[in-house]
Each structure stands twice: as C-alpha cells, then as structure tokens.
Design a protein around this ligand. Structure first.
Ligand SMILES: Nc1ncnc2c1ncn2[C@@H]1O[C@H](COP(=O)(O)OP(=O)(O)OP(=O)(O)O)[C@@H](O)[C@H]1O
Length: 617
C-alpha cells in the first residue's frame, strides 16, 4: 500500500476528533503572531457572546414597559428601557467595528508567519528531500490551503466560544419556560453532525489526493506564462497542447468539486426542511401558551426570538465543530511539512561538529559510493582521489558518468554516501557544513539567473560584501565582464532579466560569466566550476580559464568540462565513466597511456583538423 493511501485510511472519525490535539500548537502559533491582537479579539468575542441575550432581554423589557407605562400613565419606564436598548445597540456596533479593524490585520500577520515557517523549513531541507516528489506534494498541501486555515481555526474557535455563551444564556431563558423545548432545539442540529462530518472527510481526501495533479496544473501554467519557456513553446507550437492538458486537469477538478457541492446541497436541504418543521411546531406551542394566557406579549416576542437564536446558534455550533475538524485535517498537512526531518542524515550531535581550520588544505575521496534515492544503480562507485592546496583538477567524461554528482557530494548537497570524504584529513560527517560552505565558491551547470540588480547577482557570492563596489568589480574583472558591467545603463544597479520593470536582458554567456563572478566573489579556498564554458565563445572560454587558473593559484580548483582544449593545463585530470574513475593523472601521463582520455582528446582535436581540411578542399 502506498504511504499516502495508508495515511488516508487513518482518517477516521475518532482520528478527526483527535486532531484537536493540534490546538495547543495552533494557539502557540496565534500567540506568537501577535499577543495583543489575540487578547483583544478574545475579549470582544466573549462580550459578543453575551450581547444577543442581553439585547433579547432588553427587547422583551422594552415591549413589556409599554404595557406597564400605559397602566401607570407615565413614560418613565419606557424611557429607561429605551435608553438601555439604544446604548446596548451602540456598544455591540462598537465591538463589531473594533473586530473588523483587528481581524484582517491579524489574518495578514498570521498568513505571513506561516509562509515564513514554510520558507524556513524549505531552507533547512536537504536537496535529496527537496527532490522527493512526496515531499513536493507535502509542500503543495502545506502551501495550498494552510495559509488561511489557521486563521479560520482561530475565528472558528472564537465563534464557537461566542456561540456557546449565547446558547447557554438563551437556553437558560427557554428552560425557565419549557425544558423539553430547549433540549429539542439543541438536539435538532446535532442530528446532522455525522452526515456533515463524513462530507468534510470526503472533501479532505479529495484535496489530499489532488496535490500531485495540482502541482502538474501549476507547472503547465508556469510553462505557458514564463519567458524562459516561451521561445520553445512558441516554436514547437506546444501552446494549444499544453493549454488543453491544463484544461483537462481543471475539468477533472471541477467535476469532482461539483459532485461534492451537489451532495452538500442535498444534505443541507434535507436537514433544513426537518429543522423548519420542528421550529414551526415549537413556535406554535409558544403561541398556544400565550393564547391560554400563560405568557405576556413581550415574552412571546422574546421567546420566539430566543427559539430562533437557540436554533441558529446550536446549528452554528455544530457547523463550527465540523469546520474545526476539517481545518484541523489541513493543519495536519502543515505540521507534517514543518516536522519533516531537515537535518543531514549522517549528522553527528552538534557538539561534536568541528571545522578545525580556517582554510581547506586537502580534499580526499576514499572509496566513495553513492546511489540517488529511488535509483537502482549507483551514480558513483568506489571513487578515490586527493586534491591538495595549489592543485587544479579537471573532471571529464561522458554525459551521465557522475561528474556533477561528485561535486554535489563534495559540497554535501547529498550526504547519504558510503566511504569517506575527508577535508584536511577530517571526515566531512564531522564538519560544520555551513562553515565548510563558506570556504567554497561554486558555479553549477544550472546556475541561477537572479532577476535582480547586478550588485546582487554578483554580491550573492559573499553577501557581507554586497556594498563593496570595488570587490564586486574585481570579481567581475576576474570573470572577464568588468567592462560589460560598467557599460550597463546603471552599472551595478542595473536590474538583470526581463521579469521586472527596467530589466536588462543578458546573453547566455554573459549570464554565465555573472555566475562565475558570483563564485569568484566568495573568499574561498576551493573553487568549483561545472561546465563553465558551455555558453562561452572560444575566446571567452580561454579568458575564463586563464583567469580561473590565476585565481586558484595557491588554492584548490576543480572544474568539469567537455572541452578538452582547456583541460591540459590542469594538474590532474580525472576521467569518469559509468560512475567510476577510469583514469587519472596529468595530461601528459594520460596521453602517454593512450587510454580513453587520449582517445577523446585526439577525437576532439582531429574534428578541428578535419573541418579545416574539408574547408580547404
Ligand atoms: N537528482 C537526481 N536524482 C536521481 N538520479 C540522478 C539525479 N541527478 C543525476 N542523476 C543520475 O545520476 C547519474 C550521474 O549524473 P550526473 O549529473 O552526475 O552526470 P554528469 O557526468 O554530470 O553528466 P553531464 O555531463 O550530462 O552533466 C545519471 O545517470 C543521472 O541520471
């Protein structure tokens, strides 16, 4: 059985009710959001709970005072009752106004707090967790509805509290007349409780199972609305196809929703008819009692109002409990995401973490094997090599041979490997990774285009130096783009990309050099470039490599490339094939050995010669 199905099996009535155990956590969340607002809103709700019954008594008194003052021949009794009636009305309106002022503010703060919690958790998660589609579904569920659910829980709890106060006070009034009628008025709405609870559960399961499809719908929308995908979709004429796929998903959602909404309407209709018949009977009984002279006119009005109020409130309470159970289920999603284990799987207790040197002197892989979660074949097998300060390593090999994976392990984006990775002779498992990462400057193949200004695009390499123009320009210089940056309309302040106003679009190669400048910005010991020349013209490529060799002099440098012309200057070349190191050594040594590297090197060199020969011919 899939994990997800097992979880859904678990959604029983008792489990739904048990989800009330989330309340303390929800209250903590509310409390941490804004203590002052929370307390004021709570006080207003208690007062609002008492207002209806006081208003009801005031109305009863007002009507009866008319009869009394008529008998006594003075207006005084009406004056008093009228005064109390008006002040009460004013008071309850003031409460509504204050509540209307505070509620939206509190809601915004709460939504923001939850979004921040979700973001904080996302920052903590490992790459392996982030690439897990189950976790992506969980994130989708957490983000989808939970941003507004806690606020609804909050207002439902208060409305429930208010309604209970109203109910008890009104029921007390009716009990003084007829206890059976009071019991009946409470019991009628309770009869619908289980039907609506079942429906709530169905709605939740539907929304739970929908998360993967909903992510797909989001993704289709993304493909159709983003500039980065626009060119391909236009030229391959995929627009209508993708739109149709989106519409099909939407239609599925719509049909499912329609079925449930129809079911809800039918159940509501059935119970509404039942309530109305019972209410009619109760009101008839009140009128009969008045007819036989056991109730005053004012009390008849009061009693009818009390009946309607009791009925409305007890119905509201049942609905309130139902929606609380429902909201709680959604909160389970949020808490499940927030409780995900975000730490390194191999992490030692924080007290034993160390980073014993301010510099990286050596990096050693000792018989490292690694398999991606959910894959049968290891991406890396028995990898061993050493890199020391002052050296540069080039990693070459076919697509999919494991080059990038090796870098991901070195930077601890994945930590669940076998063997040992040693930094300065210490196991990477014992190191404080955040400290280690401060010593590494890296450009990945799929580097980020930050749709922000050039200052941030380069300065993100060392956020503490973001205001140091000379350092930013020096990094730009090392990446060979100083002139380009200085030529931008607002130099470092020029926004890059076209997502926002006044954005300035760069070419692929220029973006890549910005990413290289970002890596160079870091005051690192180890610089890693994954295919840094994939977008560069030959002249730019040579320039970048010259500068890279210069920069890493006396430090450690690793780069991956498919261009063998840049490789020969590296101190050591590692050749990978199907997750294994098949050759390693200097360019000269590998050429002499005449193995895979020599073959690939000559193949690339000869293709240039061949092209020249063909051109000559
Ligand atoms: N996130 C991932 N999850 C599962 N498998 C992955 C993941 N990333 C890569 N792989 C698999 O691991 C193997 C090695 O991939 P890797 O990206 O390290 O290759 P590479 O040598 O860098 O390739 P290229 O030259 O194309 O960049 C491939 O078989 C790939 O399918």
């Amino acid at each position: 059985m899939k994990k997800e199905d097992a979880e859904l099996e678990d959604i029983s009535l008792s489990n739904i009710l048990r989800s009330i155990t989330y309340w303390p956590r929800i209250f903590r969340l509310l409390w941490e959001t804004h203590k002052g607002y929370l307390l004021i809103i709570a006080a207003i709700n208690i007062l609002q709970g008492l207002t209806p019954v006081v208003a009801l008594l005031a109305t009863t008194e007002l009507i009866n005072s008319v009869a009394k003052s008529h008998q006594q021949g003075t207006f005084e009794a009406i004056g008093w009752a009228f005064g109390v009636y008006v002040v009460l009305g004013l008071f309850s309106q003031c409460l509504v106004l204050i509540e209307n002022y505070l509620n939206p503010l509190f809601e915004k703060l709460l939504t923001n707090r939850i979004n921040i919690l979700i973001m904080e958790k996302s920052i903590q998660l490992s790459l392996a967790a982030f690439e897990d589609s189950d976790i992506q579904d969980q994130l989708q569920r957490a983000r989808q509805e939970t941003s507004y659910r806690p606020y609804q829980i909050f207002s439902s709890i208060f409305t429930l509290g208010t309604s209970l106060i109203t109910l008890f006070s009104t029921v007390a009034l009716i009990v003084s007349w007829n206890a059976w009628v009071a019991a009946l008025l409470i019991l009628i709405p309770v009869s619908s409780f289980f039907s609506f609870l079942r429906l709530g559960k169905e709605e939740f399961i539907l929304s739970y199972k929908r998360a993967p499809r909903q992510r797909e719908a989001w993704y289709l929308g993304f493909l159709l609305t983003k500039d980065s995908t626009f060119k391909e979709i236009k030229l391959f004429q995929l627009g209508s196809y993708l739109k149709a796929r989106y519409e099909k998903l939407f239609q599925g959602f719509y049909e499912e929703d329609k079925k449930l909404i129809r079911k809800r309407s039918l159940i509501s209709l059935f119970f509404e008819i039942f309530y109305q018949v019972m209410l009619g009977a109760v009101i008839l009984l009140i009128l009969w009692t008045a007819y036989v002279g056991q109730l005053l006119v004012g009390n008849v009005v009061g009693m009818i109002q009390a009946t309607n109020l009791t009925h409305g409130t007890s119905q509201g309470i049942v609905q309130g409990i139902l929606s609380l159970c429902n909201h709680n289920l959604y909160m389970k999603n949020l808490f499940a995401y927030l409780d995900l284990e975000g730490k390194r799987s191999t992490l030692l207790p924080s007290s034993s973490l160390e980073f014993d040197a301010s510099t990286i002197e050596t990096v050693e892989f000792r018989h490292v094997t690694f398999q991606y979660p959910g894959r049968d074949v290891p991406a890396l097998q028995d990898i061993s090599f050493t890199l020391s300060r002052g050296e540069t390593i080039a990693i070459v090999g076919k697509n999919g041979s494991g080059k990038t994976t090796l870098l991901k392990l070195m930077t601890q984006l994945y930590d669940d490997f076998q063997g040992e990775i040693l930094i300065n002779g210490i196991s990477i498992r014992k190191l404080d990774i955040e400290e280690l990462r401060k010593r590494i400057g890296v450009v990945f193949q799929d580097f980020v285009h930050y749709e922000m200004d050039t200052r941030h695009n380069i300065g993100f390499g060392d956020i503490d130096s973001i205001d140091q123009d000379d350092e930013l320009l020096q990094a730009a210089n090392q990446a060979g783009i100083r002139e380009m940056v200085e030529g931008l309309p607002q130099q470092l302040e020029t926004r890059l990309g076209l997502w926002f106003e006044e954005g300035h679009q760069l070419s692929g190669g220029q973006w890549q050099r910005i990413a290289i400048a970002r890596a160079f910005m870091r005051k690192a010991d180890l610089y890693i470039l994954d295919e840094p020349s994939s977008y560069l013209d030959p002249e730019a490529e040579k320039d970048v490599f010259d500068k890279f060799y210069n920069l890493v002099k006396g430090k450690l440098g690793i780069f991956i490339t498919h261009r063998y012309s840049s490789v020969s200057f590296a101190d050591k070349i590692i050749v990978m094939d199907e997750g294994k190191i098949v050759e390693q050594g200097s360019h000269r040594k590998l050429i002499k050995e005449d193995g895979i590297y020599a073959g690939l090197y000559h193949l690339q060199a000869s293709s240039f010669v061949m092209n020249e020969d063909e051109n000559d011919a």
